[in-house]
Ligand binder design. Structure first.
Ligand code: PGA
Length: 234
């Protein structure tokens, strides 16, 4: 494999379950070190086994997330709170409630969101998935590093990749995302990548140019840990 920048760690795990364990280990270690961790939380399919493993550890009394703040990464526009496609709802069901988290920052109004995250002292950890087009949250290509928290129009690639989540319901075309500037300012970033369909984009993310045309490639300037399964890398 090509040269990875000094700050980047790549962990290859046998499969999605092993990936979930490794990611849960990393997150639990971060929470142990700083019980009031602020963490930017991705939805999507990739992190779900990790969240299930974290929930299992919380239920077993092996981890305590009660002082953690969960920060929403992205959201569709124009949905009511009870809409099944709400990403806030997905984050609540998969992460906040099962882990016993009581503190959250919701992505609603960009200026308020950025102010609330700043008041917390910024992000300790950004937990991210990799879009098939290299997006982070809904920072679609091209997204320069200084891109702020904002509303965006989703690309055809993201509309297509998001379709699998919603059982035939239409994917909203408008969205809001935490900015690249916020993601890149996190003290630690973790990118989870699972499945053979992510192999090409993962290679480009780690070994291609660092470019706004592939927003995830910009993570290489951060303290980045990539946890991938063999299907996504080998
Ligand atoms: P996935 O989505 O985890 O469902 O593959 C990742 C993304 O689009 O950011």
């Amino acid at each position: 494999m090509g040269n990875l920048p000094a700050g980047v760690t790549l962990k290859i795990e046998a499969d999605a379950q092993a990936l979930a364990h490794a990611a849960a280990d990393l997150i639990c270690a971060a929470v142990q070190q700083k019980p009031d961790l602020s963490i930017l939380v991705a939805t999507g399919n990739t992190p779900m086994p990790t969240y299930a493993e974290l929930a299992r550890r919380a239920a077993a009394g092996q981890a305590d997330f009660s002082r953690v703040t969960a920060v929403q990464l992205d959201e569709y526009l124009g949905l009511t709170d009870d809409d099944p496609r709400s990403l806030w709802g997905w984050m609540q069901r998969s992460f906040v409630a099962p882990l016993g988290i009581t503190r959250t920052i919701r992505l609603h109004v960009p200026e308020e969101f950025d102010r609330d995250v700043a008041a917390l002292g910024g992000l300790d950890l950004a937990l991210l998935g990799l879009g098939p087009n290299g997006h982070l949250g809904f920072n679609e290509p091209p997204s320069p590093p200084e891109s702020p928290t904002r509303t965006v129009t989703l690309t055809p690639e993201s509309l297509e990749s998001n379709r699998v989540y919603w059982n035939g319901l239409a994917v909203p075309t408008g969205a809001m995302t935490a900015g690249m500037n916020l993601i890149l300012s996190a003290r630690q970033t973790v990118l989870l990548v699972s499945g053979a369909h992510k192999r090409g984009i993962l290679r480009c993310t780690l070994e291609g140019d660092q470019t706004p045309n592939l927003p995830a490639s910009l993570l290489r300037r951060t303290a980045l840990t990539v946890i991938a399964d063999e299907a996504a890398w080998l």
